[in-house]
Design a protein around this ligand. Structure first.
Ligand code: NAG
Ligand code: NAG
Ligand code: NAG
Ligand code: NAG
Ligand code: NAG
Ligand code: ZN
Length: 584
């Protein structure tokens, strides 16, 4: 074995020529540069690896550049119902209001128009109920909702919902599925949550922010209380109206329709603080990950092209099956989706339905063709899982009982009729019910694919000395209707975090090792001007090893063609075994 640099007092040093010594010792200085580069390289590799594991880094806003290639270019007239009288053009506030009024007048038995409040500029926030019992809640029937155009310049969803209202009303008598849906569901449709923004947005504008915000310049999808972070944005009338609305009606399933991408995105949209958050997007999964992924897939697979997962333009993210976790794409604080789910247990997803935010009206027929089936099928998913009533021993409904499915720590509450609903995929579950003044109840049940499980729960008056319910410390911004006790923190993808932490510690360990090596070099070479000894100890030559010498050992005999980097790398692995190096 050939030593790299030999100290003059070492045994057998006379075997090497002076020339060898000069060459090898001169190469020690480049070693410092290699060391630096390795450190930089490690950081780079580390960050890249994190990026890779955690998914593609996204921009602050959904990518919005529009690519002609994925434009709806062809549209088959025959696929559009000939009876469809609603024109394929954009409806401003006046014409939209006229249409909604005309619909509710034409279909009084299927539709009811109401306003949940007014925008900053005084426009009504219209909601159309479509149901076979539009004016009356039928006990046990679930409520679903669609909200569109909360970003005023994302206009496709707005028109899609107008067409959906018409489609449902017109096909009630002729389409069995629509008939069944309206008989068993109360569907609330809000075509525009930001009518002020829409009025200043411009047709044909595929990206940009004009019209996105409300009249006071607030982004409504950043205007809700947040579970993970403090949201200090001043609450806007539009968001306030929606909060009131969803606190009065227990929605079970909903979607909000956006534009600027083509993907169905599901909670969480935000994630807990992590040291990596500045440069990564990490999945932030809910305990209902399976159900949410299913819901998002129902939309994307019933959509004309969403499930293909094509990027909107080269370089834009491609989403497998056209679905994504919100935070994995890009995290945001104050979104409506997380609020629906965490505060009210409503399964809400964000449907990005057009690469272009506000495409020309001539493309609307194609958009309707792509989205009609998806919009209709998605709502039907509310009839999946478990539902029933929570009653006391006298069969009176228990209002406001907190319910959670075991191991899914985002809860929800019963309505004033004691009703509850929860969307679940087939499997075995356990339901936990808590209410003030009652003993907690736990009930096991089975969910099948074909129809919802009906499960009534009877609560018994609490025993005289009720057990204090566990309430662990919680850093989260707890909803007013807080989830049941023991509601734990929903976690982000444990594996991504584990991998990130492992990588971080690996890097740290390597840096420490390199630092010690570096220090050793500088002590030996720079300060004392004495060459350092790297290479095989003398036992390779059959000679005894002086015990006081550091045991740097290359893995293979270093040849003169090997770079110092290799030697550093090799030495790095054995340096750990000799923590203190005695000064010769
Ligand atoms: C709304 O649209 C109608 C029909 O296109 C048009 O006549 C009307 O002027 C528009 N209203 C506003 C406020 O732009
Ligand atoms: C609505 O329902 C009532 C009673 O069921 C019926 O008499 C009436 O004709 C219906 N109206 C329409 C427009 O279908
Ligand atoms: C995409 O969808 C297919 C078909 O439903 C499914 O088998 C596959 O697991 C899905 N992939 C992902 C990543 O969800
Ligand atoms: C559950 O309770 C509701 C209302 O009290 C009742 O109508 C229904 O028949 C009950 N269902 C079962 C399966 O017990
Ligand atoms: C996380 O890792 C475990 C094993 O450590 C594995 O069983 C599981 O499938 C992984 N989950 C994901 C989402 O990768
Ligand atoms: Zn949007």
């Amino acid at each position: 074995m050939i030593p790299l640099c030999r100290s003059s007092d070492m045994e057998g040093s006379n075997e090497d020529t002076e020339e060898d010594k000069r060459v090898w010792c001169r190469r020690m200085k480049p070693a410092m540069w290699y060391l630096m580069m390795l450190i930089v390289g490690f950081f780079y590799v580390y960050l890249t690896a994190i990026q890779y594991i955690r998914g593609q880094q996204a921009l602050q806003d959904p990518p919005s550049t529009y690519l002609k290639q994925y434009d709806p270019q062809y549209f088959d007239e025959s696929l559009i119902s000939p009876a469809n009288a609603l024109t394929f053009e954009y409806h401003n506030y006046t014409t939209m209001t006229d249409f909604l009024r005309a619909m509710s007048a034409t279909y009084p038995n299927l539709t009811a128009l109401y306003s949940i409040g007014k925008s900053v500029q005084g426009r009504d926030l219209w909601v159309m109920v479509v149901s076979s019992s539009p004016y009356q809640h039928i006990i046990g029937q679930p409520n679903v909702k669609y909200v569109a155009n909360m970003h005023g310049n994302e206009a496709v969803g707005r028109e899609m919902l107008l067409h959906l209202i018409e489609y449902l009303a017109k096909n009630y008598q002729t389409d069995d599925y629509v008939h069944w849906l309206l008989d068993n569901t109360r569907i609330h449709i809000m075509p525009s949550m930001n009518p002020d923004g829409f009025e200043v947005a411009r047709e044909g504008t595929c990206q940009g922010g004009q019209g996105r915000y409300n009249a006071r310049g607030f982004d409504l999808n950043r205007n809700f209380p947040d579970y993970f972070k403090q949201n200090n944005k001043k609450s806007q009338p539009e968001a306030e109206a929606v909060k009131q609305w969803i606190s009065k009606i227990q929605f079970v399933l909903s979607a909000n329709l956006h534009g600027g991408a083509l993907v169905a995105s599901y909670p969480f949209d935000n994630s807990p603080n992590t040291i990596f958050q500045q440069f990564t997007s990490t999945p932030s999964l809910t305990p209902d990950e399976d159900a949410f992924k299913h819901l998002a897939s129902i939309y994307s697979f019933n959509h004309g092209t969403m499930h293909l997962g094509l990027p909107c333009k080269p370089g834009a993210p491609a989403f497998t099956n056209g679905t994504t976790n919100g935070a994995a794409w890009y995290p945001l604080t104050g979104g409506m989706q997380d609020y629906n789910y965490v505060w009210h247990g409503c399964m809400d997803t964000t449907i990005e339905m057009s690469c272009c935010k506000y495409p020309m009206a001539k493309q609307l027929p194609k958009f309707w063709q792509d989205n009609q089936e998806a919009l209709v099928r998605y709502m039907g998913e509310v009839h999946r899982g478990v539902r029933g009533f929570v009653v006391d021993t006298e069969m009176r409904p228990v209002e406001g009982a907190s319910i959670k499915v075991k191991s899914r720590d985002v809860g929800f509450q019963t309505t004033k009729y004691g009703e509850y609903w929860r969307i679940l995929l087939p499997g075995h579950y356990s339901l936990e019910v808590y209410a003030n003044g009652y003993d907690p109840a736990v009930e096991d049940f089975l969910v099948v694919d074909t129809n919802p499980t009906l499960l009534n729960i009877t609560l018994y008056r609490a025993s005289p000395e009720p057990d204090a319910l566990p309430s662990g410390p919680n850093n989260h911004h707890t909803p007013p209707h807080s989830p049941p006790p023991s509601a734990a923190v929903p976690t982000s993808n444990p594996n991504a975090s584990a991998i990130a932490i492992t990588l971080f510690f690996t890097l740290t360990v390597h840096l420490v090792k390199f630092y010690r090596l570096f220090k050793y070099f500088s002590d030996r070479v720079s300060h004392h001007r004495r060459p350092v000894f790297i290479g095989g100890p003398a036992q390779s030559q059959g000679r005894p090893v002086p015990v006081h010498r550091p045991e740097f050992r290359a893995f293979s005999p270093p040849s003169r063609t090997k770079s110092p980097a290799f030697l550093i790398f090799s030495a790095e692995f054995s340096i750990a075994s000799c923590p203190s190096i005695p000064e010769p």
